[in-house]
Design a binder for this molecule. Structure first.
Ligand code: HEM
Length: 410
């Protein structure tokens, strides 16, 4: 790609094709030559500079209410089927502005304070040990299937009180939800499948919530139900939509962090050796793995006022994509941005976003990853991929992760 025509490329096209393996060179090209560019295929402005992404995420002149689907052209039957999921999804805190966002986040955040999350450390360690104990030294496994995928699924399912026998189902639905977040067009197959999946997800939660009327418990789901039934601070759509959000957000992203992180360590053996020597620094190391190859590469907002970003005029109503992955590799902000330095200090990456929508589950994701990587570093002499060809990326504009990661337990 020549530097002159960097901005004529579509982020959508590029992320789904040849830059899937490594999008960072593209981000550099865009940042250097057209840091605020109009992406025709995504119908959006795209920001790639750290300072622009940071200030846009903090700017109240953007709305998070970007989940607007016009379904008027579809058959009545289809419209009917997707109406409940659309209603509930639009009430997820991720798509709300203050004051609704403040109220909802306030209710849910009590379950995710660092203190509450820290209390489940021993249980997460136990789960990690159980998963690793089933693997034989010298054996070949797919790290995603046997470790990165089940660990966060079990943790979030337990937090929300989803019985073990139902986990498989919600894992499929959370994949459908992810596909929906990636979709740029409601008529796309992925978007339609995603909406049907989310509908099943919602029906399932209705059933789980109904069961609680007979047998209340002490967990996150019960706290949300109580908020709904108590002073009616949480509507039914809000209750359902945010259950879907917590399950979906809490699962795939953390799987990707473990997968992307392990691959990064396999490709930087000296960094894995450092982690083996300093397992107590795993928490610091996780921040660098998040910066280096984060699971969420982008988010978006809609401008509510005309504004200027860099030398571009953004009109009210236009969509803006904030490229978190590009911001976290901006050389203006990070020394050796494409290098992996697990002991990096002052690491203000944007992998968890910024501003009022900063990831609510960050303490939980960090804890799971910290325990996972410290335990892997203790048990393995090296981080070794058995077959580079079999490493399978799937990535769109938003999410970046691995479908397969074959490793040897040596
Ligand atoms: C929001 C990333 C894990 C729950 C976000 C945002 C990002 C993000 C970038 C902000 C999106 C935006 O501004 O549009 C990640 C990453 C994770 C992770 C990289 C794992 C490594 C989790 C977990 C949970 C969770 C484990 C819950 C159990 C949420 C929720 C929001 C959110 C509820 C919405 C917050 C709001 O709108 O106020 N996450 N996340 N995330 N995340 Fe996470």
């Amino acid at each position: 790609m020549s530097s002159q025509n960097a901005s004529s490329l579509s982020l959508v096209e590029v992320m789904q094709t040849r830059y899937q393996e490594n999008p960072y060179p593209l981000y550099h090209q865009l940042r250097e030559h057209d840091p605020v560019y109009w992406d025709e295929a995504a119908h959006s402005w795209v920001l790639t500079r750290y300072k622009d992404v940071l200030s846009a995420l903090r700017d109240p002149h953007f709305t998070a209410a970007r989940f607007a689907f016009d379904t008027s052209g579809f058959p009545a039957e289809f419209q009917q089927a997707i109406e409940p999921p659309i209603r509930a999804l639009t009430r997820q805190m991720l798509f709300l502005d203050p004051p609704d966002h403040t109220r909802l986040r306030g209710l849910v955040s009590k379950a995710f304070t660092p203190r509450v999350v820290e209390a489940i450390r021993p249980h997460i360690q136990q789960l990690v040990d159980q998963l690793l104990d089933t693997m034989q030294t010298g054996g070949h496994i797919d790290l995603i299937e046997h470790f990165a995928y089940p660990l966060p699924a079990i943790v979030i399912a337990e937090l929300l009180g989803v019985p073990p026998e139902d986990r498989e189902r919600f894992i499929i639905w959370s994949g459908d939800f992810g596909a929906l977040l990636e979709a740029t067009d409601i008529s796309a197959d992925d978007a339609i499948r995603g909406l049907y999946g989310v509908n099943e997800f919602i029906q399932y939660f209705r059933h789980l919530i109904a069961q609680r009327a007979q047998a209340p418990r002490e967990d996150l789901l019960q706290a949300l139900i109580n908020a709904h039934e108590g002073q009616d601070k949480l509507s039914e759509d809000e209750l359902l939509g945010n259950c879907v959000l917590l399950l979906a957000a809490g699962h795939g992203t953390t799987t990707h962090l473990i997968g992307n992180g392990f691959l990064a360590l396999a490709r930087h053996p000296e960094q894995f050796a450092w982690l083996k020597e300093h397992p107590e620094q795993a928490s610091l190391a996780i921040m660098e793995l998040l910066r280096y190859d984060g699971p969420v590469q982008a988010t978006s907002r809609v401008a509510t006022a005309d504004m200027q970003i860099g030398d571009k005029h953004i009109a009210a109503g236009q969509n803006v994509i904030m490229c978190l992955g590009a911001a976290s590799h901006d050389p203006e902000q990070f020394y050796d941005p494409d290098g992996l330095h697990l002991d990096r200090k002052e690491n203000h990456h944007l992998a968890f976003g910024q501003g009022i929508h900063y990831c609510l589950g960050a303490p939980l994701a960090r804890l799971e990853a910290e325990i996972a990587f410290a335990s892997l570093a203790r048990r393995l002499s090296q981080a070794k991929i058995t077959d580079e060809q079999a490493v399978q990326w799937f990535s769109g504009i938003v999410f970046r992760g691995l479908g397969k990661l074959p490793i040897v337990l040596a």
